[in-house]
Ligand binder design. Structure first.
Ligand code: GAR
Length: 209
């Protein structure tokens, strides 16, 4: 069983897709051992509690310095002994120590086709605003391993989504979630849990059988 911890900051719709995936057998060989949020009172925590998954809140507000916050985050993760850490809308830059310790064991979902509309400052609705501003006709979502950079790690899965003439950032965000994010995130976890993902020379090989 792949011991999986999920890190969240907000609504938790990707977390819900993962919970549902484990429950309905789309994600196999996986145990959700902990959900950690950097914000108290968010809907994602409610979803975890409803599913009976242990939760923790590690908020920057509770610590005097960023170093103390980083250490608390690392120990909250270590406590769960995870084999995989999933960033599901976790809007905090991970400390280098954490990324190094869990090299190729942290995955993130990003709401665009990387390398478009990614990197520092591109998160949540901002990503869709920028895609619409640029006038691209196709966008999508990406699941990738997390490295020391921002959205720069090896890409595991991507799915394209078409942009419609009258899209607003909110409408586009919803379509990207429904058509891409909630599909490729559960699929990536299932592939990893079944030993079908390997990283060679910073590139991912997926055994799609
Ligand atoms: C998702 O769209 C996710 O791709 C994005 O935040 C949203 C979280 O929604 N993540 C990023 O932008 C990371 N750079 P959720 O809490 O409902 O899953």
């Amino acid at each position: 069983m792949l011991r999986t911890a999920v890190l969240v900051s907000g609504g938790g719709t990707n977390l819900q897709a993962i919970i549902d995936g484990v429950r309905d057998g789309q994600i196999t060989n996986t145990e959700l051992v902990k959900v950690i949020s950097n914000k108290a009172g968010v809907k994602a925590l409610e979803r975890a509690e409803k599913a009976g998954i242990p939760t923790a809140v590690v908020s920057k507000k509770g610590y005097a310095s960023i170093e103390e916050f980083n250490d608390a985050l690392l120990s909250a993760i270590d406590d769960a002994s995870p084999d995989l850490i999933v960033l599901a809308g976790f809007l905090v830059v991970l400390p280098e120590k954490l990324v190094k310790k869990y090299s190729n064991k942290i995955i993130n979902i990003h709401p665009s086709l990387i390398p478009s509309f990614c990197g520092v400052g591109y998160y949540g609705l901002r990503v869709h605003e920028e895609a619409l501003k640029r006038g691209v006709k196709v966008t999508g979502a990406t699941v990738h391993f997390v490295d020391e950079g921002c959205d720069s790690g090896p890409i595991i899965l991507q799915k394209a989504v078409e942009i419609q003439q009258d899209d607003t950032p909110e409408i586009l965000q919803k379509r990207v979630m429904e058509q891409a994010e909630w599909k490729i995130m559960p699929k990536a976890i299932d592939l990893i849990a079944n030993g079908r993902v390997t990283v060679v020379d910073r590139k991912v090989k997926v055994d799609l059988r």
